[in-house]
Design a protein around this ligand. Structure first.
Ligand SMILES: Cc1ncc(COP(=O)(O)O)c(C=O)c1O
Length: 459
């Protein structure tokens, strides 16, 4: 069989047998499914050998970059020694070692790690913990969770109820009851009476959480879920003072603060945890993605002794578990991943280069379509607008033509993996591996400039 026969057989099977996630399968009826076969450093390669800069770290995952044989070898060693054993009633050495290492790294008193295999399971686990914790501590009415408009917290039924994206929820209603929405921190789209004063905007957005708690009844609210920098909608950093005010509100009403760091932990913002960067102490951190840099699936939540205390005596048990959570191979690979963070000072790399990343992306402001460049660390969103002065956005139809009809393919064809998204206003999202430097930023800027210039002429 020639290599072109093999590629065409693979295409046929990809279309016939494989179901891609969040993907219009019809989009591939007359075109090839992109097949990524190999990765090395910040680059990945498709079935034809074409190179792409992985400007999204896969899906906010590949912190240390691709092709790290030391992580692969750590996984192989673990699989030969003990491929699998559950964390139901038993422990295994790599899960213990990883839990202890994460406890050392985590902010404040978060020292108990409950592993999962994914971010949705981590979000779901935190909600279940909050509910059972309050039942055990004499506040059984607390079950609601507050989160922000447009925020993505996962797809399982509970996590979907925390998620703030109406379009991906309707098909699955009724959802788990108790999800309550508050405004996000999109300062570019701040209400007129707060435009121009970021700090005041932040206080207002935090106070909206208090108003929601009061509206719902404080004794019914269990937790507030917030990402340090909100991904969906296009990277909304917290205004100064926002998290400090949220912490005060949570303390005042006895509500747990869950920092959903599925994207923002493990160096994405230049710190092991995003909450460290913004100086707040969560009650629970949820994590996944970057903990293994994607070499194997793993997620989890970290909590303090205080939240675990009701489960430590007598017959009390947290009634929750997942077969593959804290998998030995994933745990071993997470440890090898964290070794690379230390050896190569990846946090230092992000901190010393993030201003250059921002400055390089901000060069794009000279394009008429670029309305806002926002983010932190190695995590940026570029909002596209029809009119820079009025900030007018695109109609649904224009957005469809711009994003799906042109940008998504054109950026990929030009050699850049990133995400063109219109779940809020249209944005391009970037989240390169933490090993990247100026040459990668320049390559990202060059490709975006070419493709966005072309996009403008097609409108
Ligand atoms: C903040 C946040 N929470 C939860 C999730 C869900 O994670 P997973 O896809 O691993 O279930 C994601 C995924 O992108 C996320 O960004």
């Amino acid at each position: 069989m020639t290599s072109s026969d093999a590629i065409s057989n693979e295409q046929e099977a990809a279309k016939r047998n494989l179901w891609l996630h969040f993907t219009r399968m019809s989009a591939y009826a007359d075109s090839e499914v992109p097949v990524i076969v190999r990765g090395s450093g910040a680059y990945v390669y498709d079935q034809h050998g074409k190179q792409y800069l992985d400007g999204l770290s896969g899906l906010f995952v590949s912190q240390v970059g691709h092709g790290r044989t030391e992580i692969a070898e750590a996984g192989a060693r673990q699989a030969s020694e003990l491929a699998y054993f559950p964390l139901w009633s038993y422990a295994h050495p790599k899960a213990i070692e990883l839990a202890a290492r994460l406890a050392d790294m985590a902010p404040g008193d978060l020292n108990r790690v409950f592993f999962t295999t994914s971010g949705s399971e981590a979000v779901e686990s935190a909600w279940k913990l909050a509910k059972q914790y309050f039942k055990l501590t004499g506040e059984p009415g607390r079950y609601k969770v507050i989160s922000r408009e447009l925020a993505y917290h996962g797809t399982s039924m509970g996590a979907l109820a925390v998620t703030g994206l109406a379009d991906i929820k309707h098909a699955f209603e009724p959802l788990t009851p108790g999800g309550v929405r508050v405004p996000n921190t999109n300062f570019y789209r701040a209400p007129d009476f707060l435009a121009g004063d970021e700090e005041q905007f932040g206080q207002w957005a935090a106070d909206e959480i208090e108003r929601a708690i009061l509206r719902e009844g404080p004794s019914s609210v269990a937790a507030v879920y917030l990402e340090p920098v909100q991904n969906s909608g296009g990277c909304f950093p917290p205004p100064p003072g926002y998290f400090q005010r949220v912490r005060e509100i949570c303390d005042q009403y006895g509500v747990l603060l869950v920092s959903d760091e599925v994207i923002c932990a493990f160096g994405r913002l230049g710190y092991y945890f995003g909450s460290e960067r913004y100086g707040y102490q969560p009650d629970i951190i949820t994590f996944a993605k970057g903990v293994t840099s994607g070499y194997s699936p793993l997620g989890g939540m970290m909590v303090s002794d205080r939240l675990m205390e009701p489960f430590t005596a007598g017959t009390a048990t947290f009634l929750h578990g997942i077969t593959f959570a804290g998998h030995p191979v994933s745990s071993a690979m997470a440890l090898a991943n964290l070794d690379i963070f230390e050896k190569e000072d990846l946090l230092g790399n992000v901190r010393s280069n993030e201003a250059a990343f921002r400055a390089t992306l901000e060069k794009l402001y000279d394009l008429p379509i670029v309305g806002d460049v926002r983010g932190a660390g190695y995590f940026y969103g570029i909002e596209m607008v029809k009119d820079k002065v009025t900030r007018e956005t695109f109609s649904d139809d224009e957005s469809e033509r711009l994003l799906r009809g042109f940008l998504s393919h054109a950026l990929f064809d030009a050699g850049l993996v990133c995400r063109a998204d219109d779940r809020g206003d249209p944005v391009i999202q970037l989240s390169p591996p933490l090993i990247c430097g100026q040459e990668h930023f320049d390559e990202i800027e060059r490709i975006l400039r070419e493709v966005l210039t072309e996009a403008w002429t097609r409108l």
